[in-house]
Design a protein around this ligand. Structure first.
Ligand code: SAM
Length: 269
């Protein structure tokens, strides 16, 4: 399944339209998804269909969400209705993933500008999502796998690591795309798994605590949490109980410590 390269098209920066042109990289991405025949795949931003074609060749059932109506037209012409391919023209951040009622994987070369909101949307709202194979900006991949105490360590690292095992599979240089992006990319594999080590009493409260703690990186923890609406005396008591210095900063707190903090705050709300 190949595409007409004669298609006249002006890529839009605002939609992160850097199309993959390297077929080896495309194959390596689809290999990582380990597709069994009939596997449900959600593809975000199929673009001109370089990954879509391979996914269909491997026997996947593909639901693709593309925001650009011109590309949707092209994809309809490329992939005949006989294929197990459903295409929706909309903003992938607004798609109701919670309505998907069967296990599925996400495969995507993500538009850089929506990767972070989309991550939160996908992992916090869906329970049937098992895996994600994603091309992201290298800097985002580094933040996802960052360890406590490093510059890249932040809310994205803590929340993702509480829900998933994340591996950086391989780097992808700018010359593999047209037009070339200014930044390097990485392909990551994210396996969503309830981790035994992370038992949260309230996922939403955990997210709120982590985000609030990192909202002002230079602030002491007690001030950041108080500013986010937690009562000062309650925070102070909790930090003392679990042995955290109220003058600590968020980047020094491990996932384990954030888990304890959120669970303690849950208990005394
Ligand atoms: N998958 C194709 C490839 O690998 O060549 C295209 C990848 S390109 C980096 C990102 C794609 O996502 C573009 O097709 C773009 O139109 C689409 N896109 C951008 N923002 C989107 C959004 N909010 N919802 C759905 N698709 C979006």
């Amino acid at each position: 399944m190949t595409l007409s390269h004669a298609f006249p098209f002006r890529p839009r920066k605002s939609w992160g339209q850097h199309f993959l042109i390297d077929h080896n990289i495309a194959r390596k991405i689809v290999d990582l998804a380990n597709i069994a025949s009939g596997q449900n795949i959600v593809e975000i931003g199929p673009g001109k269909g370089i990954l879509t074609g391979l996914l269909l060749e491997r026997g996947a059932r593909v639901l693709a969400i593309e925001i650009d109506p011109q590309l949707v037209d092209l994809l309809h012409k490329t992939f005949p209705p006989s294929l197990p391919f459903e295409l929706i023209c909309m903003d992938a951040c607004r798609y109701p993933y919670e309505n998907i009622r069967h296990p599925y994987k996400v495969v995507a070369n993500l538009p850089y500008n929506i990767s972070t909101p989309l991550f939160f949307r996908l992992i916090e709202e869906t329970s049937y999502l098992t895996e994600m194979i994603l091309m992201v900006q290298k800097e985002v991949a580094d933040r996802l796998i960052a360890r406590v105490g490093t510059k890249q360590y932040g809310a994205l690292s803590v929340i993702f690591q509480s829900l998933a095992d994340i591996k950086v599979a391989f780097p992808v240089p700018p010359q593999c795309f047209r037009p070339r992006p200014k930044v390097s990319s990485s392909v990551i594999k994210v396996i969503l798994s309830k981790k035994d080590s992370v038992v949260l009493k309230d996922n939403k409260l955990f997210g709120k605590v982590v985000r609030a703690s990192f909202s002002h990186r230079r602030k002491f923890l007690i001030n950041a949490l108080t500013d986010a609406g937690f009562a000062r005396d309650m925070v102070s008591k909790t930090l003392h109980q679990i042995g955290i210095d109220p003058h600590a900063r968020a980047e020094m707190l491990s996932l384990h410590t954030f888990t304890n903090l959120a669970n303690e705050l849950y208990g005394i709300r």
